[in-house]
Write a protein that binds this ligand. Structure first.
Ligand code: FES
Length: 110
């Protein structure tokens, strides 16, 4: 099974095919997912630090454009609700309940 290394939180094993947002949540990392995994809010975004996960999907490009978030490709940003884990990955969550003071939002579907 793949491993995820989360900056500041350590490394853990993840069931292959699991959504990154849920893997983080289930490890007690309270990343925001304010739209419930609908690729609308962009609050679940992460910085990809290592791993073959840098290709944005069309739906992610649209979400970042709609929210006016720039530098997405240069900063290796992805939406964790749109990533399924297939191989090892190192990430940095951008917004958490702790860092933002916001409720994380409804749990995305499996
Ligand atoms: S874009 Fe809203 S949870 Fe991923």
């Amino acid at each position: 099974m793949p491993y995820i290394n989360v900056l500041g939180h350590g490394t853990f094993e993840v069931e292959e095919g699991k959504k990154l947002v849920l893997a983080l949540e289930d490890q007690g990392i309270h990343i925001l997912h304010r739209c419930g995994g609908q690729a609308k809010c962009t609050t679940c975004r992460v910085e990809i630090l290592a791993g073959n996960y840098c290709d944005l999907t069309v739906i992610e490009k649209e979400a970042f454009q709609t929210k006016g978030i720039e530098g997405v490709i240069e900063d290796n940003l992805r939406l964790s609700c749109q990533i399924r884990i297939t191989e090892d990955l190192t990430v940095r969550p951008i917004l958490t309940a702790e860092s933002s003071g916001l409720d994380a939002g409804p749990r995305p579907t499996e």
